[in-house]
Design a protein around this ligand. Structure first.
Ligand code: SF4
Ligand code: SF4
Length: 197
């Protein structure tokens, strides 16, 4: 079974539940579909009145200096019609990544290797399957608690494009995290920035 087999029979559930509620989100805030800055321009060409808010901000102390990503504040995507994406060729990277989502960052820590302590200096991203997708639920059943998928698994499951897309998001955010002192997210519930680290 591949992802496309599930998508064929699914009513685009992923495009109808875009808002992650604060109790569903690992960061404890309410947020919508992630957009890169250039994707905001593309979507606004289709719908000039589209509402868009910031998502990831970076800076120092309590001050956001740059907005790195944006978000759609809609639970049902305004580009969905008859369960089809009307901008499929130009859909955002986060849509291309789904059902893979970035869960959290693992910060540098001490690890034991061959009896010696090592400082793991690279920030690692934890990527997971979003549980609202039927494909994800099936994966969890067959893969269980095994976290690392091999290249062969990725090919067999037909998720090469999704892996590349989530990798693009991870690399983009990691570059910002390494460059800035503080990482913020914009909460759609309170309409305030929340400092994550
Ligand atoms: S929820 Fe999952 S199975 Fe359904 S359309 Fe989206 S990616 Fe495909
Ligand atoms: S842009 Fe297309 S793929 Fe993305 S959420 Fe909207 S309808 Fe779904």
């Amino acid at each position: 079974m591949k992802l496309e087999d599930f998508c064929r029979w699914c009513n685009a559930e992923c495009c109808k539940t875009l808002i992650l509620k604060e109790d569903e989100n690992i960061f404890g805030i309410r947020c919508g579909l992630l957009l890169f800055p250039e994707e905001v321009s593309v979507l606004k060409r289709y719908r000039p009145g589209l509402e868009v808010y910031p998502l990831d901000g970076f800076g120092y102390g309590k001050t956001v200096r740059v907005v790195a990503t944006y978000q759609l504040p809609y639970n049902v995507c305004p580009f969905l019609k008859n369960n089809r994406c009307t901008i499929y060729e130009n859909r955002p990277t986060a849509c291309r990544a789904y059902p893979l989502v970035l869960r959290m960052w693992v910060v540098p820590s001490l690890e034991t290797q061959y009896g010696e302590l090592h400082l793991t200096s690279l920030l690692k991203a934890v990527v997971d399957f979003e549980s609202r997708c039927p494909f994800s639920r099936w994966i969890r059943e067959i893969v269980g608690t095994k976290y690392l998928l091999t290249k062969e698994d990725v090919k067999r499951l037909g998720i090469e494009e999704e892996v590349n897309a989530v990798g693009k998001i991870v690399n983009y955010l990691r570059d910002h995290i390494m460059r800035w002192d503080a990482h913020f997210r914009y909460d759609l519930l309170t309409h305030k920035w929340v400092r994550l680290r």
